[in-house]
Design a protein around this ligand. Structure first.
Ligand code: SF4
Length: 408
């Protein structure tokens, strides 16, 4: 049904499991009304009845039905389709010819393996124990059977999949297309599926599309991730998607696909971060250089009430023009400038990045400087002693632990 809706709309799918999830009920009603040539009521039941009527007519007239395959059981050659609307059953049994198209990684060895995966797929995709329709297509109609196609063809698509075998990226082939990683991904949730550009969106789309189609035209996809790891935690087959995205980025660098400016920027970054002295100087310099782009905005942190002490804004609350988007005054000390401020604008990509996001300013003193001061301040400034850790500190006196370690 979702595919029918997006075909009418001329859209690409925006989700692996729910391809029309980006459209509202009202938009679907308008689409169906245009197709019907009359105004349809707003009730979901009426809209579903219209789609059923249209699709049923097509299924009954079609000579050839083309389906995908969620799984194929190797020990019997059975094609398995899971749906919640029953259209998969129509397309595999009503037309005279059934053509099933499957990626080569859809094969599972036995029916026992299939049982596990059917449960995992339904639970991760839609929160069901099992999908409403699970269709098993075992080939053409046999003598004595009353329905089923007269001809059956199975198309096994490689399309670059076998190139992944034995590589870092082999685990991407374990995907069962449940869509759980999309639902968990903060990037997908923010922008939806269409900006990914391919058939597969979300974290798995960002991994699998460049692997199957190559980097040309898809080189930005591995960067469409915050690498938070939520996709990995949601994935029922534990594909390390965030690791694969990093590996893909590394591969792009290895192939020399990054621009000169980016290469220079990262070399500079490495040069600074591999030397403590250089890092300290750079941190202080950057904290000073960020001044022109510091902004405090209405409703932002530190603008609700007059602040006190170090870091207070003169005049305090949101009625102060200095707080409402104006550049803080150069005469202010850096701690005062930083209180409640965000970076807005800036040179190069920083300007684009901060145009729509709050970017926290660099601290006036880096952590190591604060730490050194805490050490100097004596007992009041010292960090309280840590709690004993089980299995480490409770194992007995230090001498016993060391003796045990030596013995081991
Ligand atoms: S990568 Fe994992 S979570 Fe994402 S669609 Fe595939 S199986 Fe589901």
């Amino acid at each position: 049904l979702g595919e029918y809706i997006i075909q009418l709309a001329g859209h690409k799918p925006s989700h692996i499991v729910a391809p029309a999830v980006h459209l509202s009920q009202q938009q679907i009603r308008e689409l169906f009304s245009r197709e019907a040539g009359r105004e349809l009521p707003d009730e979901p039941e009426a809209l579903a009845a219209f789609a059923r009527e249209r699709l049923r007519e097509k299924f009954l007239r079609a000579d050839v039905g083309i389906s995908g395959a969620n799984f194929v059981v190797a020990e019997s050659g059975t094609v398995v389709l899971v749906t919640n609307e029953g259209n998969g059953r129509m397309v595999t049994s009503l037309p005279r010819v059934h053509i099933a198209v499957m990626g080569m990684e859809r094969v599972v060895p036995t029916w026992e393996d299939l049982g596990v995966l059917l449960e995992v797929l339904a639970r991760s995709a839609t929160g069901q124990k099992i999908t409403v329709y699970t269709t098993f297509a075992g080939g053409p109609r046999r003598p004595g059977e009353v329905d089923g196609p007269e001809e059956f063809h199975l198309v096994i698509v490689d399309n670059g999949r076998s190139n992944l075998l034995g590589t870092l990226f082999q685990e991407a082939l374990h995907c069962i297309r449940c869509g759980a990683c999309l639902n968990a991904c903060p990037v997908y949730r923010q922008m939806g599926g269409h900006p990914y550009g391919g058939v597969y969106s979300g974290p798995i789309g960002a991994v699998i599309t460049p692997l199957l189609a190559g980097f040309d035209g898809w080189e930005e996809l591995p960067y469409a991730s915050s690498l938070c790891g939520a996709c990995h935690e949601a994935c029922p087959v534990m594909i390390p998607l965030h690791d694969l995205l990093v590996d893909l980025r590394e591969e792009e660098v290895r192939q020399g696909r990054t621009g000169t400016a980016e290469r220079i920027a990262f070399r500079l970054w490495r040069w600074i971060f591999t030397d403590p002295q250089r890092y300290r100087v750079a941190a202080r310099l950057a904290a000073w250089l960020q001044r022109p782009w510091l902004r405090r905005e209405p409703g932002g942190p530190g603008t609700e009430a007059p602040a006190t002490g170090q870091g207070s804004t003169e005049g305090g609350g949101s009625g102060d023009p200095a707080v409402q988007g104006a550049s803080p005054r150069a005469s202010d000390g850096l701690p005062t400038l930083l209180a409640g401020a965000v970076l807005r604008g800036g040179p190069g990509p920083l300007g684009a990045w901060t145009a729509g996001r709050d970017f926290p300013p660099l601290a006036d003193r880096p952590f190591h400087a604060r730490w050194a001061q805490l050490q100097e301040e004596g007992p009041e400034g010292e960090v309280p002693p840590r709690e004993p850790q089980r299995g480490v500190d409770e194992a007995g006196p230090t001498g016993e632990r060391e003796a045990a370690r030596d013995g081991a």
